[in-house]
Ligand binder design. Structure first.
Ligand SMILES: [Zn+2]
Length: 419
């Protein structure tokens, strides 16, 4: 009979540390005895693990547990230490770059945001990204805080092994060795993933999906992206490309998509689709305040402009959001049938107009998805709005530290060293 390979002591200790940290993340404040009960680890082991975590500042004591029935010394409650160190979360969007600096509780301490619409080349955009990341990192360095790393979301497929941006259809980029390039400029750990995957994790750790073990995140911006969390884990797929829901064919004879296919879901549900619906209605003769607001130049349309028009009862704006809601509902009904999630979170720029399309989405889903699955699924708007992806960058680094704490506990230069 083959012998099972035994887990070495160091690995076992890291697994136990990760278990304690995750239990604190989900259930703090808890005393050591509570941790022992919840993790199944004996009290002496928990004490030893907590001592190490306290010494390195990942955990802190926060007063007496008044619910404890233990006789003898009063129990002291513990929680993850928000001041353990800093994290940077960032999003390289199709037409903007966003960078946030947070503490270890995802509280935003500084931010940078710039439009990249005027930048023409890949080099210009990457230089801008590097400058904004460096400015964010200066905030950390100025305060001499420990630093865990940078989580960066990008609008495309990412090779998890080396952090290469393989294909970003809406940027028109292929094969950019992003992690190598960025680590060369800024010598800190980088974690790079698809924007919607990151946002899914962000909402799952720090947002509206905190109580859901399974959720679908849908980012409706320039394109349509998705991230799927199942059993508390981000679904990677065979190559890490799962969640590219925007490129499901919904209309076989539909418009050409930037991915090369025709009739993808994002040709019907995205910022571009919304602008097209407005333009088509006006060109077909409908009157709208958007005609005067844009001076007839549809390139001037923005999502906030259409939201404002809808708030004023503009029929073209309202009907355009209805179309978004209809097609969003059609695709979502299929996803809900397939994945049976507890929660669907809608984020991205279009979520600004949620009051006008969400009722339609809910109605279409209730009509098209299996009743039992749709009734079990809450459809919510992302709680971090347009910050969801950057907060997801924070969550990505945070999750890494909690699951592989040894890289932090054994560091000497105030910088996380992931394996
Ligand atoms: Zn496509």
């Amino acid at each position: 009979m083959p012998k099972l390979k035994s887990v070495d002591h160091t690995t076992m200790r890291e697994m136990n540390l990760a278990l304690v940290l995750t239990t604190l993340r989900l259930h703090a404040p808890i005393a050591r005895s509570g941790l022992s009960n919840m993790t199944g680890l004996n009290k002496a082991t928990v004490s030893s693990l907590v001592r190490e975590l306290l010494q390195k500042g990942l955990v802190r004591e926060i007063g007496i547990d008044t619910t404890s029935s233990d006789i003898g010394r009063p129990a002291i409650n513990l929680e993850l230490n928000p001041e353990a160190g800093y994290i940077i979360g960032a999003e390289l969007g199709v037409d903007f770059i966003s960078v946030i600096v947070t503490n270890f509780a995802a509280e935003i301490l500084a931010r940078r945001y710039e439009s990249t619409l005027q930048l023409k080349s890949q080099e210009e955009i990457l230089n801008r990204l590097i400058r904004l990341l460096k400015e964010g990192y200066q905030e950390v360095a100025r305060n001499q805080r420990p630093f865990f790393g940078i989580g960066l979301g990008v609008p495309g497929l990412v090779d998890d092994a080396d952090g290469t941006l393989i294909f970003a259809p809406n940027l028109g980029w292929t094969g950019v060795p992003l992690r190598t390039l960025l680590e060369h400029e800024l010598n800190v750990p980088f974690f790079i993933d698809n924007e919607a995957n990151m946002a899914a994790l962000g909402e799952n750790y720090f947002g509206v999906g905190q109580d859901s073990d399974s959720l679908i995140y849908i980012n409706v911006g320039v394109g349509l992206g998705g991230g799927i969390v199942l059993n508390g884990q981000l679904l990677p797929g065979a190559l890490g490309f799962a969640g590219e829901i925007g490129h499901m064919t919904i209309d076989p004879d539909g418009l050409e998509c930037n991915c090369g296919n025709r009739g993808c879901w994002e040709t019907l549900v995205s910022q571009r689709a919304l602008f097209r619906y407005v333009k088509e209605a006006i060109l077909a003769g409908s009157t709208s305040i958007l005609s005067t607001a844009t001076g007839g130049n549809f390139d001037r349309l923005t999502v906030p402009m259409i939201v404002q028009a809808a708030q004023q009862g503009d029929i073209v704006a309202l009907q355009s959001f209805e179309k978004i809601g209809y097609w969003l509902g059609i695709g979502l009904a299929g996803l809900i049938n397939t994945l049976n999630p507890e929660c669907t979170v809608i984020g991205g720029t279009l979520s600004l107009g949620h009051e006008f399309f969400l009722p339609v989405v809910t109605e279409i889903v209730s009509r098209r998805a299996l009743r039992w699955s749709s009734q079990a699924c809450e459809i919510a708007i992302a709680s971090h709005g347009t910050d969801s992806c950057a907060i997801g960058g924070i969550a990505t680094v945070y999750r890494k530290v909690l699951s592989q704490p040894t890289g932090w506990l054994h560091q000497e230069n105030g910088q996380y060293q992931p394996r």
